[in-house]
Every structure is written in C-alpha cells, then in structure tokens.
Design a protein around this ligand. Structure first.
Ligand code: G3H
Length: 522
C-alpha cells in the first residue's frame, strides 16, 4: 500500500526567524534549523516544513535575564499583580490562540504525524484546560481572601509564585503538555523561559504573537535551539527556581546536576513510564482487547501513558493473543491527514530502534504474534506484538515509546507484582478482571506502586481534573487543573497578633497591598 496517497506538501514554508524576548518578537539573523515532516515527499524525503532559529547561548542567557528582571526577586509587576490582572492576560491569550486552531492542528499532523482527530482534540483539550485553570485560580484566590485567627494570631495565607521557571516540552504532546505546565506557572505569578521540543516546534511560531500581546514583557520568553546550548547554561547560572520538564529522567537529572544548588530547584517533571496491563482469566475479552489496542497503539504507542507491557494469565493467553492480534491487524496505517490509526514516526532513527527491539526479543525466544507485526512502510512501523518476551531484553526493561509491545504470561499474580516492584517506573497500571475479589486484591497491591489503577480500562491522563503523577523515575510533582497551580507555587502568609487588628484593617481597607486584600473574585 502507498503510505500517503492524499498528501500535498503544505502550501507555504514557515520560516520562523523570531523569538520572544522581553515582550518583543526579535528577529534572528544567525543560523537556523530545518524542520522536516515525518510525511515523505514523492522522492521519499522528509517534507521540508520550514525553519526555526538555532539560537546561541547568549540569547538563552538574555531570555533568562529577561525572566529574572520581570520576577525581580518576587517584587516585579507580574508576581505582585492583582489576580484580576493575571486572569485578564490569560483570557486574552486564549482569545488570541483560538483563531490559530487550524494552523496548529495542521502542524501537529505535519510535524509529529498525529492523526487529524487527535490533533484537533489536543488543541481543544488544551483550551479547555486553560479555561478550567482560570476557574481554579479564582477558587484559590477566594480561599486566600480571608483572615484566619489561630491562638491569637491573625494570618492571611495565599499561594505565591516560586520564581523563574525553565520549561521544556515534549514532542508527543507539544501543545497540550507544554501549555498545561507553562500557563499555570505563569498564572501563579512566575516568569518563564520556554524552549519547545525538537519535533512539534514549528507550531509555536503562530502562537508567539499571542504570548507577546497577552503578557507583560519578560513574563514569558520563548527560545528555539538545542538544549545543550540553551538550557544547560541557564541551569548552570543557578538562577532557575523551577524546572518544568516533560521528557525523561536522563535529561532532567543532567539539567538538575548543572544547577549549583540543586536543592533550590522545584522539579515539576512528567517522565518515562512502562505502564502494564494485567489480564486475568475472568476478564471480559472484548473489553480487554479493545482497551489494550487503544492503550498500546494510540499515536503509535508514543504516549507516556501507553500500555508498554502486557501480562496475561496462562488460562486466557491463547484466546487473548488471538483476539488482540486480530484487532491490531485491523488498524489502518497511512497519513495523519486521512486520520489513519498508525502514522509515520517523527523521530529520526525510530524505525531502526523499533526493529532493534523486535530483533533482540526474537533472538531471545519471542515470536511475532500478529501477522502484520514488524512490517515497515517507509517510516511507519506496523504495531508488533511479541510473545513470550524475556525479562532480559531491552524491550522488557526500557520504555520503548513506539509501536512494539511485549507480552508475558503469568500463573501467579505475585510474579507480576515482583516485576512491578523491581521496575524503575511507577505511573499507572490497567487491570482486567470481572471479579470484585481480584479487583480489590489488585487495587491494594498496586495502588502504592503506581499512581493510578485503571479497572477494565487503558491507562490515560484524563479527565484533566484528576491528579496525574507517578512514582520512581516516572514523575516529580502532580499535574491536573488544580494540582498544577499548587505545583508552581508555595504557601506564603502575613501574620500578626490580634493587637495589630487595626493595622491590618487599614492595610486592607485602604487598598495598600495587593497580597493583603479581601477581594472576592467572581
Ligand atoms: O504522554 C503523556 C500524556 O500526558 C498522556 O496523556 O493519556 O491523555 O494520552 P493521554
């Protein structure tokens, strides 16, 4: 079959030669990097989409200075701004990005190969998240707009910003996961330097103006280029108070270790995972298969929440594998523009990496379970189910982040529990059973190993109001509409004895403080 029958190259190249520094869209005259699509042109080359600036460390440090000056040790106009002012800026930002929806959706498809419906969902879900974040921020402000009296002490407690945030986003959800940390951080009064991921970078170009027009100078600075050139010196300066990174622990550890005082850095990290599915003999087969197909293969398995290993009880193994293989083989591969299920992989070298996992697993005794497994069409890999996969293989040990899934058989649930206990990851798990006893036993044995036990459903982040986090190497801090605002802030308070009541009344009544006020935001 042909890979992308209906694909035309995008109408025009996007030459992003701007970056956002101190509220200004600065023009970069230096070298730039090509952005190429995983969708191949007629010659089989990655289609050229445009360019982004390849900024040097001087610009990176200027962006840091800009964020530092805007924060000004917590005394800047933004960290001390009244809540209403910050909300207004956020609302303006949302209003300005809405008309860019189609451009962003198109770029999601072209840059990272995300299918049309998922690209649209990513944009819409992000806008919903930002709106919900504003509502939650109002709640926080309301909670902070009163005085507690404790043992003769008056105290007004609010959540305050932490300082300068370095924000680094991932390629698989370049809009959603980035904005779901960046915007809550800004709303809480922090200032930021943001560097988009290597893939999914061009889609920030149409949004730069919205940042520039919505937030005061220095609050958000957007830089493009290599992590080593930009992020490393920024961390080494010691001036970063929060590292917000969605990626892997190797990158976050390397960056944290460059900070002269790592203890000062608040880490908000969404990292690697290896979420298991556990299929018990009494599982509803249709449900288990449907959820495993969705969990393992959505966006070619390139989700941190993807099911990345499947344990199936020996009594249902044959039936399950047969049905799982059959359902998997029905997936359609092709263009994201045609909303195909399986699409080209954006990372250079990814096809070879997937093949290496398959080859090693096969050398160690695994067989390819599904007929279409392992097929490669240019830079697409058809989902591959391997069984039985040895615990000594990279496919078992590592986060494969792609369309290859190892399956292991178990007889005693304890074997699965031992693997999970030994694993470096601890995000979520999916359990498939109809028995309340088994479900209850699994919950109690798993809930302290991971941070979400899904019953008869694949692993996932949503709904976004639920806490999203992980243990071990899978995350630091919690994200959700509510939790992100907390992750990017710290409680700070004003306290005095009851004898100071008059002074407090005069501060508040006279409108002398932005922190000490009783304004009740509607
Ligand atoms: O890559 C990790 C994403 O946060 C997963 O989100 O479960 O909604 O796909 P999702």
């Amino acid at each position: 079959m042909t890979q992308q029958p209906s694909i035309q190259a995008p109408a025009k190249l996007i030459h992003g030669n701007h970056y956002l520094l101190h509220g200004q869209l600065e023009t970069w005259q230096g070298p730039s990097s090509e952005v190429r699509s995983p969708l191949l042109d007629a010659e089989g080359q990655r289609t050229l989409l445009g360019t982004v600036p390849d900024l040097d460390s001087e610009v990176g440090m200027a962006a840091l200075d800009s964020a530092k000056n805007a924060y000004d040790h917590g005394r800047g106009a933004w960290p001390t701004a009244p809540a209403g002012e910050r909300i207004e800026a956020m609302e303006k930002f949302i209003e300005l990005i809405l008309p860019r929806r189609q451009e962003v959706v198109d770029l999601l498809m072209w840059e990272i190969g995300k299918k049309r419906s998922d690209s649209e969902k990513e944009f819409d879900r992000t806008v919903d998240y930002l709106r919900d974040t504003i509502a939650e921020y109002k709640n926080l402000q309301r909670e902070g707009s009163h005085i507690n009296v404790v043992d003769g002490t008056l105290a007004q407690i609010r959540r305050g910003p932490l300082g300068v945030v370095l924000c680094l986003g991932p390629f698989n959800y370049p809009l959603n996961e980035t904005f779901c940390v960046l915007l809550p951080a800004i709303l809480m009064g922090n200032t930021c330097v943001f560097k988009p991921a290597k893939y999914g970078v061009l889609l920030m170009v149409p949004l730069l103006e919205a940042f520039a027009k919505s937030f005061p100078p220095g609050v958000i600075n957007v830089v493009f280029g290599r992590g080593r050139t930009l992020a490393s010196p920024i961390m080494a300066s010691g001036d970063v108070d929060v590292l917000a990174l969605i990626g892997n622990s190797k990158s976050s550890n390397a960056l944290i270790s460059q900070h002269p005082k790592p203890n000062r850095v608040r880490q908000v990290l969404g990292l690697e995972a290896k979420n298991p599915a556990i299929v018990f003999p009494d599982a509803d087969l249709d449900t288990a298969v449907r959820e495993c197909v969705k969990g393992a293969w959505s966006f070619n398995g390139q989700r941190c929440t993807a099911l990345k290993v499947i344990y199936v009880h020996k009594d249902i193994r044959v039936k399950f594998l047969e049905a799982f293989a059959q359902a998997t083989d029905q997936l359609v591969w092709g263009s994201p523009l045609d909303n195909a299920d399986i699409t080209p992989l954006p990372e250079v070298g990814k096809v070879e990496a997937m093949q290496a996992y398959i080859q090693e697993a096969q050398q160690q005794g695994a067989a390819m379970v599904n007929e279409r497994g392992g097929r490669v069409e240019r830079n697409m890999v058809f989902p591959s189910i391997l069984f039985p996969v040895s615990r000594d293989t990279a496919l078992f040990k590592e986060e494969q982040f792609g369309p290859v899934c190892p399956v292991l058989e178990f007889e005693d649930f304890q074997e699965v529990l031992d693997d999970i206990a030994k694993s470096d990851y601890g995000q979520q798990v999916s359990v498939f059973t109809q028995s309340p006893e088994t479900a209850g036993h699994c919950i109690d044995n798993l809930v302290n190993q991971v941070c979400r036990v899904n019953l008869n459903a694949s692993c996932q982040r949503g709904p976004d109001t639920l806490p999203f986090t992980g243990r071990k190497d899978s995350a630091v801090s919690t994200l959700s509409v509510k939790a992100a605002l907390r992750s990017f802030s710290i409680r700070t308070l004003v306290a005095c004895s009851e004898g100071q009541k008059g002074l407090v009344e005069d501060v508040i009544g006279g409108g002398h403080s932005s922190f000490s006020n009783m304004n009740y935001l509607l």
